[in-house]
Design a protein around this ligand. Structure first.
Ligand SMILES: NC(=O)c1ccc[n+]([C@@H]2O[C@H](COP(=O)([O-])OP(=O)(O)OC[C@H]3O[C@@H](n4cnc5c(N)ncnc54)[C@H](O)[C@@H]3O)[C@@H](O)[C@H]2O)c1
Ligand SMILES: O=C(O)C(=O)C[C@]1(C(=O)O)C=C[C@@H](O)C=C1
Length: 367
């Protein structure tokens, strides 16, 4: 039976292991530095088999997933580079930042497998294998960050497996683009939530009414402040450049509202909340348990090496989400060799326009 190895069987590693176990034929092996996590994962049927040795966990594995804190992942890659891995294996990760680990993996002259960065955009403030669940990623976005030179067939193999196992929507992005976007919608909000909780805890130290009166607003806004401190320390250090820029923008925004309140500027204050309300109400709906239709496009690409990066970057820069990308094996069956999958017809139309404007020959299902 083909084998997958999940390294780090916590919330995300455990959830991914469950997905692979329930929806693929892979035998799922787990490795963790915590013996307790291995024991719990085996007892709860999260993995087929647990290992206390990294070498035996990855031996013969076709897929290896790193699901450890982002500050630990490079050291784990160092150890993998020393081990004999299965020829043609794919190594991926689930870390919340991508540029650092992708650059690190690129620096190896001999890694024994193809590294493709990954990040499922779903999680929880809880941690550990006890919180793992096989529906965690359903319909969430799952970002892959291959390099332009990553063989297309390998990206297709991994995205196909993950799509089937997690039921997530696979998208492809450049690592630095990922880190800037995720910095704004995940890393900054975690800092703001923690800062708010710390500020109020300071007031509460001398007056307990601050915590007693905390109602829906405070609780909704600060749920993620209960997240794992070590995981978040690593994320901020890994995405330092993007986070520093975002913190500067955040203090500018705070300065502006502070000035408007100090000046008693009714219009400015109302407009601050009006802009936020409109933007919040305009967030795309999150749907659980619905299988989304796929919108497909075919692109004729004469030269395969590097093409995945060029096409993915072109669409990423224009804000178009690519759900999946793959090579058509038989060029006679269909005009065009690269298959692109989108979540909406509107995204497909945008992609068609941008690709055509950039000189690509594009065909859809009707062509
Ligand atoms: N929690 C989230 O919401 C979320 C969402 C998406 C991605 N991520 C990313 O997923 C990764 C894991 O996060 P998590 O929430 O599952 O954390 P977790 O604390 O639940 O699990 C991490 C596991 O890794 C193990 N571990 C640590 N160092 C190890 C090593 N050197 N070798 C083997 N195992 C080791 C720990 O014992 C633990 O079981 C992080 O990189 C995080 O950025 C987290
Ligand atoms: O739902 C939560 O508690 C999360 O924090 C999940 C969340 C996020 O949305 O910020 C956190 C980190 C990840 O890398 C991806 C998702």
């Amino acid at each position: 039976m083909a084998k997958a190895a999940v390294l780090g069987i916590g919330l995300i590693g455990g959830s991914l292991a469950l997905c692979l176990k329930e929806r693929t034929s892979l035998e799922v092996h787990g490795f963790d530095t915590s013996e307790e996590s291995i024991r719990l994962a085996e007892a709860a049927g999260v993995i087929h088999r647990g290992h206390q040795s990294l070498e035996s966990a990855v031996q013969g594995a076709e897929y290896i997933f790193l699901a450890v804190p982002v500050g630990t992942a490079p050291r784990l890659l160092d150890r993998l580079a020393e081990l004999p891995l299965q020829t043609g294996c794919i190594i991926s990760d689930v870390g919340s930042t991508k540029e650092e680990i992708v650059n690190y993996a690129e620096g190896f002259s001999q890694l024994g497998g193809t590294f493709i960065g990954g990040h499922p955009m779903a999680g929880s403030h809880r941690s550990g294998v006890q919180a793992a669940q096989s529906l965690l990623f359903e319909n969430a976005y799952y970002v892959l960050t291959p390099l332009p030179e990553t063989p297309l067939a390998e990206v297709q193999r991994l995205s196909g497996l993950l799509e089937r196992a997690t039921r997530a929507r696979l998208v492809i992005m450049a690592p630095e683009h990922h880190d800037r976007v995720v910095g704004a919608i995940s890393h900054l909000p975690h800092i703001v939530a923690a800062a708010l909780v710390n500020q109020v805890a300071g007031y509460n130290a001398s007056n307990e009414w601050f915590h007693r009166l905390a109602a829906g607003g405070f609780r909704d806004l600060t749920r993620v402040a209960a997240s794992h401190p070590l995981m978040w320390r690593d994320i901020l250090l890994s995405n330092r450049k993007a986070v520093l820029g975002l913190l500067q923008d955040w203090s500018d925004e705070m300065d502006e509202i502070r000035k408007a309140v100090a000046a008693g500027d009714h219009d400015q204050i109302e407009s601050f909340f009006r802009r936020a309300k409109e933007a919040r109400e305009g967030l795309p709906e999150r749907r659980k348990g619905v299988i989304l239709p796929a919108y497909e496009l075919y692109v004729d690409v004469p030269d395969i090496p590097g093409v995945i990066g060029r096409v993915a970057c072109l669409l990423g820069d224009k804000g178009v989400n690519l759900r999946n990308i793959g090579v058509m094996e038989n060029r006679e069956d269909r005009a065009g060799v690269l298959r692109l999958v989108f979540n909406t017809g509107a995204e497909l139309e945008k992609a068609k326009r941008y690709l055509t404007e950039s000189g690509y020959q594009v065909f859809d299902m009707e062509s």
